[in-house]
Ligand binder design. Structure first.
Ligand code: CA
Length: 227
């Protein structure tokens, strides 16, 4: 999963990035509001850590613009800590608020809380599949192949675990979107193809070059656990 860290103080960005990497997340950093939006709208970001006092565009405005298009979790990170600042941060659409100076461990706990699937729903597979080769762990939002974690984004995780949840079922793109993302999704049907392509790249292996995902032409996809 990938976290966008928006912070103009390089030392803070470095500390947050180091802790996040240790937790197994990918990180990408932006040091001003405009480049943060640029990155956000061109990358598959799972969560945003957002400073408020930023060059070019402040954090509240950045958050507002993200919210016009996306429900990705945003955690505000700021030196401001008066009640009215907290309220205006949350009003701009932030999911959580951590004031500086902060404990990186507390911040990591807040990140985990935001990224955990809201409920372990029926459509999220959980456990071991394909004779133990594939393991799906909703608690950690992790796919493991032969016991080794495969770095996937939250969207990729939701799509793959949706397919795995009903192994013999073929899913149309629209069904995948509805089941995996519910109302959170605002892309096009065909965006699913891009996610599938990425998943295949990450999961492919000899004998399963398709990354355990079978294309059913003219209809959609299904989990391919045939030997
Ligand atoms: Ca700042």
């Amino acid at each position: 999963m990938k976290i966008l860290i928006v912070e103009d103080e390089a030392s803070i960005a470095e500390v947050v990035s180091a802790y996040a990497k240790r937790e197994g997340y990918e990180t990408v950093c932006a040091s001003d509001g405009l480049s943060a939006l640029e990155i956000f709208f061109h990358d598959d970001i799972d969560l945003v850590i957002l400073d408020i006092m930023l060059p070019k565009l402040n954090g509240e405005e950045v958050c507002r613009r993200i919210r016009e298009k996306s429900s990705v979790p945003v955690i505000m990170l700021t030196a401001k800590s008066s009640e009215s600042d907290v309220v205006s941060g949350l009003d701009s659409g932030a999911n959580d608020y951590v004031s500086k100076p902060f404990s990186p461990r507390v911040l990591m706990a807040r990140i985990r809380a935001q990224l955990r699937p809201r409920e372990t729903r029926d459509n999220i597979a959980s456990g071991v599949f394909a004779d133990g080769k594939i393991e799906i762990d909703p608690e950690r939002v992790e796919i493991r192949k032969d016991g080794v974690p495969v770095p996937v984004t939250k969207s990729e995780f939701l799509i793959f675990s949706t397919l795995v949840s009903r192994p013999i079922r073929t899913w149309s793109r629209e069904e995948i979107i509805r089941t995996a993302f519910g109302d959170d999704y605002d892309g096009f049907d065909r965006t699913i193809d891009t996610y599938i392509k990425n998943l295949r790249k990450k999961l492919a292996e000899p004998g399963h070059e398709n990354g355990w995902i079978k294309t059913i032409y003219g209809f959609g996809y299904r989990f391919d656990d045939e030997k």
